[in-house]
Design a protein around this ligand. Structure first.
Ligand SMILES: *[C@@H]1O[C@H](CO)[C@@H](O)[C@H](O)[C@H]1NC(C)=O
Ligand SMILES: *[C@@H]1O[C@H](CO)[C@@H](O)[C@H](O)[C@H]1NC(C)=O
Ligand SMILES: *[C@@H]1O[C@H](CO)[C@@H](O)[C@H](O)[C@H]1NC(C)=O
Ligand SMILES: *[C@@H]1O[C@H](CO)[C@@H](O)[C@H](O)[C@H]1NC(C)=O
Ligand SMILES: *[C@@H]1O[C@H](CO)[C@@H](O)[C@H](O)[C@H]1NC(C)=O
Ligand SMILES: *[C@@H]1O[C@H](CO)[C@@H](O)[C@H](O)[C@H]1NC(C)=O
Ligand SMILES: *[C@@H]1O[C@H](CO)[C@@H](O)[C@H](O)[C@H]1NC(C)=O
Ligand SMILES: *[C@@H]1O[C@H](CO)[C@@H](O)[C@H](O)[C@H]1NC(C)=O
Ligand SMILES: CC(=O)N[C@H]1CO[C@H](CO)[C@@H](O)[C@@H]1O
Length: 459
């Protein structure tokens, strides 16, 4: 193995021929229809790299009480690469009738509301639309339930399925007391922590079954309902929250992030040498999560840099660096998703963890990078330590590999589940004496042609 790699890593400076591997064209009108369809699918929160990604909120009624029920509410993050970051989730809903929350374990409502009609026992919350947040870690053991009390932070499913869950228990009063009379809560809202999620209606589903701790007996919830929430980046923000820059060993030009990639209007920033930065407490995160950006021409909180570093005979090597420009954010459990045709032959990833994402069985061109636990899973606030980096060794795909036409640069990049802005398709470091035709444009045309064919088939 070691031997083989050494010989394979022998540098090879011969550069593959220009290949025109896509020459299909489609009429402009069809293109606009396709673009429109693409936009509508984006508006409907469809993420082609994680087509079934969602957060499911499940209510399991564990017991009926004299005036209502006790339920365990479990939030499962089934999104492959979008986690819920600090300061965590906020869950809201509207009661169908006059329900109240008698008590909660492992979470709390942010407001009690008007409970003046109660004498003696006062409910935890009387609001028609309660707003619930997770408790912080470190609450006494008798006030916890399994998977609670993580400050609302939930990992992505792809990174850590065991940590991609959050739960609390709620005791509901003035509610139905049987599966015939109980009314499901309505109008669920989920902030995670910013906007972006849309939740569907609650639906009664087959009751969850539980295995007793000795695994010898099954019990089941008295009733179960599910709510599914999906994310749309366009609902979350008008602008991207990250951008991508390129460089290569074969051309000195560095292609920077597009200017104002993350929007320049109404944005303040501080210079990296500003005296303001030595003010105590300047880094403290704000409740509304407002960033304190370092001044850059792109004004993004995060930049991903892709450097084509070395050409070997059978392999090539890329360096990836992620830089944080937000003085008020430590990104914990960050994720980076990259689409590039040669990710089907990743040979070795240094200092990041890597997992291929295979949303469609046949296409294997997307992968997820994330930090190694306790080593670089924390992307520190802007400044000297605000970056993480890795190198990736790829085995050349014999049929497609080329340094020409920007083929060696990624097609799509997501940081923490949000798509980053790439340089325009025809902007990349050119091979000396090559023609400026972008393979990313070609790829676009190819994808469009396939879509067009599909469309024709459907019609
Ligand atoms: C939610 O995600 C799970 C896991 O990927 C999937 O099985 C389920 O079909 C999804 N639900 C919806 C409504 O998309
Ligand atoms: C309800 O949600 C749970 C996860 O919380 C999931 O395992 C189950 O498949 C969902 N049921 C339906 C019918 O969607
Ligand atoms: C309600 O409970 C009865 C038994 O108590 C059961 O037969 C019925 O299927 C349940 N209905 C629902 C919607 O869970
Ligand atoms: C649903 O909740 C949102 C936010 O809490 C609120 O603005 C909206 O009016 C609610 N809709 C209904 C039908 O209750
Ligand atoms: C980020 O983490 C470091 C080390 O744990 C801490 O000193 C710093 O205050 C944190 N910054 C923010 C913005 O939370
Ligand atoms: C996808 O590529 C990775 C290497 O990047 C490989 O480990 C994995 O087996 C491939 N999966 C499929 C379904 O081809
Ligand atoms: C490097 O690439 C740029 C475009 O990105 C191009 O203008 C320039 O001519 C290239 N340099 C060489 C030496 O080919
Ligand atoms: C890509 O498609 C556009 C629009 O249909 C067309 O103008 C352009 O020539 C195509 N480019 C290539 C390289 O095929
Ligand atoms: C050169 C090489 O190893 N190519 C492989 C890349 O991956 C695809 C599928 O994942 C294989 O079919 C190729 O043989």
């Amino acid at each position: 193995m070691e031997m083989k790699k050494n010989s394979a890593e022998k540098e090879d400076f011969s550069i593959p021929e220009l290949r025109s591997w896509c020459s299909m064209r489609i009429p402009g009108a069809l293109l606009s229809i396709l673009l429109f369809m693409l936009m509508s699918s984006i508006a409907a929160a469809y993420d082609p790299l994680d087509p079934t990604g969602n957060i499911t909120i499940k209510w399991d009624v564990m017991s009926w009480t004299p005036d209502g029920y006790v339920a365990v509410v479990t939030m499962n993050n089934f999104q492959m690469y979008r986690q819920i970051m600090s300061p965590g989730w906020t869950l809201g809903w509207t009661w169908a009738k006059k329900e109240v929350v008698w008590s909660m374990v492992g979470a709390q409502t942010t407001e009690q509301g008007d409970c003046s009609r109660f004498k003696g026992n006062i409910p935890h919350c009387c609001k028609k639309t309660p707003t619930v947040v997770d408790l912080l870690p470190g609450v006494p053991y008798n006030q916890q339930i399994a998977n609670c009390c993580k400050g609302g932070v939930v990992a992505s499913y792809g990174q850590d399925p065991a940590a991609a869950v959050s739960a609390f228990q709620v005791s509901v009063g003035q509610a139905g007391t049987s599966n015939k009379t109980v009314k499901l809560p309505k109008n669920f809202t989920l902030l995670g922590p910013g906007p972006g999620y849309t939740c569907g209606p609650a639906k009664v589903v087959p009751s969850t079954t539980f295995l007793t701790p000795d695994k010898r007996r099954k019990t089941q919830a008295l009733m179960t309902w599910n709510v599914t929430c999906t994310y749309s980046q366009f609902l979350a923000s008008k602008y991207p929250s990250c951008c991508v820059s390129f460089s290569s060993f074969y051309n000195d030009t560095i292609i920077p992030c597009p200017s104002c990639a993350c929007g320049c209007e109404n944005k303040n920033c501080v210079k990296s040498d500003s005296k303001l930065l030595s003010t105590p407490g300047i880094n403290t995160p704000r409740k509304d999560n407002a960033p304190l950006l370092q001044c850059t021409h792109h004004m993004c909180p995060v930049r991903v840099h892709w450097h084509v570093k070395i050409n070997y005979k059978e392999y090539w090597r890329v360096k990836i660096a992620v830089t944080n420009f937000n003085y008020r954010m430590n990104y914990t459990q960050w994720t980076l998703v990259i689409q590039h045709p040669n990710l089907n032959n990743v040979t070795e990833v240094f200092s990041f963890d890597y997992k291929p994402l295979v949303p469609y069985q046949s296409i294997n061109d997307t992968g997820m990078f994330y930090g190694m636990k306790y080593y670089n899973d924390l992307l520190m606030e802007a400044g000297a330590y605000g970056n993480v980096q890795s190198e990736v060794l790829l085995r050349k795909d014999a049929d497609a590999f080329t340094f020409n036409q920007g083929w060696a640069f990624p097609r799509k990049v997501y940081f923490n589940g949000d798509e980053c802005m790439l340089p325009p398709p025809n902007v990349y470091p050119f091979l000396p004496n090559s023609s400026p035709v972008s393979s990313r444009v070609l790829l676009c045309n190819f994808t469009a042609s396939v879509l067009a064919l599909l469309l024709v088939v459907i019609w």
